[in-house]
Write a protein that binds this ligand. Structure first.
Ligand SMILES: Nc1nc2c(ncn2[C@@H]2O[C@H](COP(=O)(O)OP(=O)(O)OP(=O)(O)O)[C@@H](O)[C@H]2O)c(=O)[nH]1
Length: 311
C-alpha cells in the first residue's frame, strides 16, 4: 500500500453475472452513475468488458460488465464465453443477478454452479434485480429460493439484496455491500475517472445501441460497429468545436444491409441522428457523424474478420 492511501482504504474488482436480460448492464450503469455500458431490451447486447469505476474517499471499486454466458454456436460465441470466464477469474466479488420477475431456472442454477466452482473463489452476492416489477410477497418467495441455492449448489452468499436499477431502489446498498467485501488496497485509477475504455469503443457501442432499436430478433447478433476515425474539424472557432466521427456498421449479409439502411436510407438516417445525440451527450462536443454500412460475409464465424473487428 502506498503512503498516500488512507488507513482502511479498500479497492478491487467486481462484476455482475446473470443470464441474458437479467439487468446487469442497467445495474452497472446505476452503480457507476454514468452511461457506460449499453443496455437494451435485446438479450446479449453487451460484447465488451467495459469497466466502470466508483471512487470514494474510503474505497475504489472497478466494475466490469461482461457479456452473458451462453451456449456457443459460433466462433464469436466461444470467444465471448472465454472473455466472460477470464473476467470472472479476475474479480474479488461477483454479484449474481437473478431477476425477481422470473423463477430461478436451470439456466440460473448452471450459472451459479459455474461461479461457485471458480478456483479463486470470489465472494458472492445475490441480487434480486428488477424488484420494482413484483409484489412484496413474490420478492420474499424469490429471496427464499435464492437462499436455497446455498445448500443446493454448495456456496455461500455474503448478502442477498433486492434491487431495482430502474427506480434506483437499493442501488446504494448494493454498492456499499460490494465495496465492503473488497480487500484492503490502494486505488487503481485516478479519482474522477469513470471508465478506462477508449472513447472510440464507447462511441461504437452507442451507435450499435441505436442501430439495435427496433430491429428483428436475428439481426442484433449480426451487427457490429467500428469507429474508423474521430477527429476535431480543423479551422473551427475555439468556442464552436465540431467532432467528425467516421464509423462503419458491419453486417453479415446483403439482405441485412438493406434492412439497416431502410427505405431510401431513412432507417440509417434515424440511427445516425439518435446515435449522434448520445455521442454528443457522452463527449460534450457537437458531433458530425458519418455512418457507412459494410457487409463482411459471416464475420461472426470467421477468425480473420473477428480479429479485424477487435474481438
Ligand atoms: N423494470 C425494470 N427493468 C429493468 C431493470 N433493470 C433492467 N431492466 C430492463 O431489462 C432489460 C435488460 O437489461 P440489461 O441491463 O440490458 O440486461 P443485461 O443482463 O445486461 O443483458 P445482456 O447484455 O443481454 O446480458 C432492459 O430492457 C432493461 O431496461 C429494473 O431494475 N427494473
Amino acid at each position: 500500500m502506498t503512503a498516500t492511501t488512507p488507513e482502511g482504504f479498500r479497492s478491487g474488482f467486481a462484476c455482475f453475472v446473470g443470464r441474458p436480460n437479467a439487468g446487469k448492464s442497467t445495474l452497472t450503469n446505476a452503480v457507476v452513475g454514468s452511461k457506460i455500458a449499453i443496455a437494451s431490451s435485446k438479450p446479449q447486447t453487451t460484447r465488451h468488458a467495459i469497466k466502470g469505476i466508483v471512487s470514494r474517499p474510503d474505497a475504489q471499486m472497478v466494475l466490469i460488465d461482461t457479456p452473458g454466458l451462453h451456449k456457443p454456436r459460433t466462433l464469436l460465441g466461444e470467444r465471448l464465453n472465454d472473455l466472460v470466464r477470464a473476467t470472472w477469474s479476475e474479480v474479488d466479488v461477483i454479484g449474481v443477478c437473478l431477476p425477481s420477475n422470473q423463477r430461478i431456472g436451470p439456466g440460473d442454477t448452471y450459472l451459479v454452479r459455474q461461479v461457485a466452482q471458480l478456483p479463486k473463489r470470489p465472494r458472492l452476492v445475490a441480487l434480486a434485480t428488477k424488484s420494482d416489477l413484483v409484489s412484496g410477497t413474490r420478492i420474499r418467495e424469490h429471496l427464499m429460493s435464492i437462499g436455497a441455492l446455498e445448500e443446493e449448489v454448495g456456496l455461500r452468499w455474503e448478502h442477498i439484496i433486492p434491487v431495482s436499477a430502474m427506480t434506483d431502489d437499493q442501488v446504494d446498498v448494493v454498492t456499499d455491500e460490494i465495496i465492503g467485501l473488497l480487500p484492503p488496497g490502494p486505488a487503481y485509477y485516478p479519482d474522477g475517472e469513470v471508465t478506462d475504455e477508449p472513447s472510440e469503443v464507447l462511441v461504437a457501442e452507442l451507435i450499435r445501441e441505436a442501430a439495435l432499436e427496433g430491429v428483428r430478433d436475428e439481426l442484433p447478433h449480426s451487427i457490429t460497429v467500428v469507429v474508423d476515425e474521430m477527429l476535431l474539424r480543423e479551422g473551427r472557432p475555439e468556442d464552436k468545436p465540431l467532432l467528425d466521427v467516421y464509423a462503419t456498421m458491419v453486417v453479415e449479409r446483403d439482405s441485412q444491409k438493406g434492412i439497416v439502411i431502410g427505405h431510401k436510407g431513412t432507417r440509417l438516417r434515424d440511427v445516425g441522428t439518435a446515435a449522434r445525440t448520445q455521442i454528443q451527450t457522452l463527449l460534450g462536443t457537437p458531433v458530425h457523424l458519418d455512418l457507412k454500412v459494410k457487409v463482411m460475409k459471416d464475420w461472426q464465424r470467421n477468425a480473420k474478420s473477428l480479429n479485424r473487428l477487435g474481438f
